[in-house]
Every structure is written in C-alpha cells, then in structure tokens.
Design a protein around this ligand. Sequence first.
Ligand SMILES: N[C@@H](CCC(=O)N[C@@H](CS)C(=O)NCC(=O)O)C(=O)O
Length: 201
Amino acid sequence: MKLLQAGPSPFVRKVLVTLHETGQYDEVEMVEVAASPMVPDPALIAANPVGKIPALVRADGPTLYDSRVICRYLDARAEGGLYPESRIWDTLTLEATGDGIMDAAVLIIYEERFRPREQVSMEWIEGQWGKVSRALDALETRWMSHLAGRLDMGHIAVACALGYLDFRHDARKWRVGRPALAAWYDGFVKRDSMVATDPTS
Ligand SMILES: N[C@@H](CCC(=O)N[C@@H](CS)C(=O)NCC(=O)O)C(=O)O
C-alpha cells in the first residue's frame, strides 16, 4: 500500500496513528505529494479527484480516500477493534467532532496562506475558530467519560485535532478553561503512536 501524504496534515496523522496502533505501519510506503487547493498535485488528483490527502493506494483494490474511510479500512484489515459495535455511534460522532476541529483549523491556515492579504476575512477566520471552540467545549463537558474509556477511533481523531491546534494555533491557548480535556490529552500524547507521528519532531 502507498499513502499519499504531506507534512503535518492532521488527517494524515490520524491514518499514521491508526497504522501504528494496529501494527501495520511497515506495510505502507509513504509518498509525499503537494496538497494545495489552488494548484493540486497531478499525482494526488489521479488518486483522489477531490485533490485531498490522505489517499491510500492499494494493490488489491481501488484507491481509498478521506481519513475516515482509510482508518476504517485499516482497522477492519487488522481487526484492530477501533470501531467497537457496542458504542459505534458515539465513536463515529466523536471522530466527526475531531475531524470538524481539524477542518476549521486547517481552513484558517488556508485563508491566511492562499488568499491575497487584502482579501483575508477576519470575520470568516473567527467564524471558523468559533467552530473549534464550541467543539472543544463539547469535548470538555460531554465526552470526557468516553475519552477515559478503551481506545477507539474517536480518541485518535480528537488527539490528532488537539495536536494540530498545538502545532498551528498555539496562540489561541485551547487548554484554558478546559482542564479535563487538557489532562486527558497530556496523557494520550505519550502513547508510542503519538510520539512517532509528532509533527514537531
Ligand atoms: N475529510 C478529509 C479532509 C482532508 C483534508 O482536508 N486534507 C487537506 C490537508 S490537511 C488537503 O488535502 N487540502 C488540500 C485541498 O483542500 O485542496 C479527510 O478526512 O481526509
């Protein structure tokens, strides 16, 4: 299998953490591509018409794209138990919450990176941060008992989202007012899979 990926993408990190947690990391070759909404990499578009990473090229089937699809496939392949049937809807909703934080956090970076300075909208950026902030509050108030439980894909998505906030939006200080989530993350980030995929190292 080949994983089309680039730099510190939190969506790619979800896949990498899943590969580590399910013991499949050595079965995947990493292929660096350029993920840009303005000038998409031809190699990436050939694999994923939407032009986004991650994409997983398989020898025995069509290419998979979108981290949710890839992670679920990898988990099924290794029987990793990251999508437990007994709490599947909670797990998927928590994964969507982590992904939603990533989407908004990445779009803030894109607004600043890809738009001419005079077109950058602070209102739009703050709207995106509002999504991040509300999702973090929901994690703090409603999801801590789930996060304290056995590892599933919800944990991985939330941890990758928080790691991305540390990496790109440190100045926003997401930990302030969210002590339970901060304590959970400070423990989770010590897992081997998180250490091995740390975007700052
Ligand atoms: N829902 C997708 C989101 C992936 C995504 O947004 N990837 C970004 C990099 S972090 C990307 O490829 N952006 C290029 C673009 O928007 O054209 C997933 O879960 O894989």
